[in-house]
Design a protein around this ligand. Structure first.
Ligand code: ADP
Length: 193
């Protein structure tokens, strides 16, 4: 299996690049943001509880997202590999993911970390909010809280994977195709190694 994490702040382009990467590499896309939004759409109790947290720009509790990922791994036994998008977002989530993958006798091959300036993030998210229908993208205060949550709780996840030499930092500014080419060559270099 080849498992990768696409890492970066909100608005760094993880969703866009994920779509292209799964198509090229045949990976199963696991986005905790998408999984949570399906729970909200289904009006499940989990979705309702998550919505109020997401609307404030805060992180949903670790145990909730870890359990969602656990089920997704169980439900895709035939996958050639997984692309994790928006997960793990805390060190506790990263440790839990490593354990779940170890139980399947696999691991994270590479963490691709997209680097984008804060000004660019805010402008992209506000712009996405005009058409995405995502309530967390329309309010600048909520966008700033999400970026703050990222800086306080999520940025350290890159340091966690640095200890294992797994992180490759990639500039997330440029055209979609330019960034995709860089990400692809990093994956190719890793999977040939
Ligand atoms: P973005 O990264 O663009 O903000 P996502 O779709 O990844 O968007 O996430 C939207 C919201 O869902 C987050 O602000 C957070 O509230 C919640 N969320 C998603 N993934 C996680 C996670 N792994 N841990 C905690 N909360 C999460």
């Amino acid at each position: 299996m080849f498992n990768l994490i696409l890492f970066g702040p909100p608005g760094s382009g993880k969703g866009t690049q994920s779509e292209k990467l799964i198509a090229r590499y045949g990976l199963k896309h696991l986005s905790t943001g998408d999984l949570l939004r399906s729970e909200i759409a289904a009006q499940s109790p989990l979705g309702m509880a998550a919505k109020s947290i997401m609307d404030k720009g805060q992180l949903v509790p670790d145990e909730v997202v870890i359990e969602m990922i656990n089920s997704a791994l169980e439900n895709n036994p035939q996958a050639r590999g997984f692309l994790f998008d928006g997960f793990p977002r805390t060190t506790a989530q990263a440790e839990a993911l490593d354990k779940l993958l170890a139980q399947k006798e696999t691991e994270i091959a590479i963490v691709l970390a997209l680097q984008v300036s804060k000004e660019e993030l805010v402008s992209r998210l506000l712009n996405r909010g005009k058409s995405s229908g995502r309530s967390d993208d329309t309010n600048e205060a909520v966008i700033l809280s999400r970026i703050e949550e990222y800086e306080r709780k999520t940025a350290v996840v890159a340091e966690y994977y640095d200890k294992f030499g797994k992180v490759v930092r990639v500039k997330g500014e440029g055209t979609i195709d330019e960034i995709f080419d860089i990400l692809s060559s990093e994956i190719d270099a890793k999977s040939e190694a």
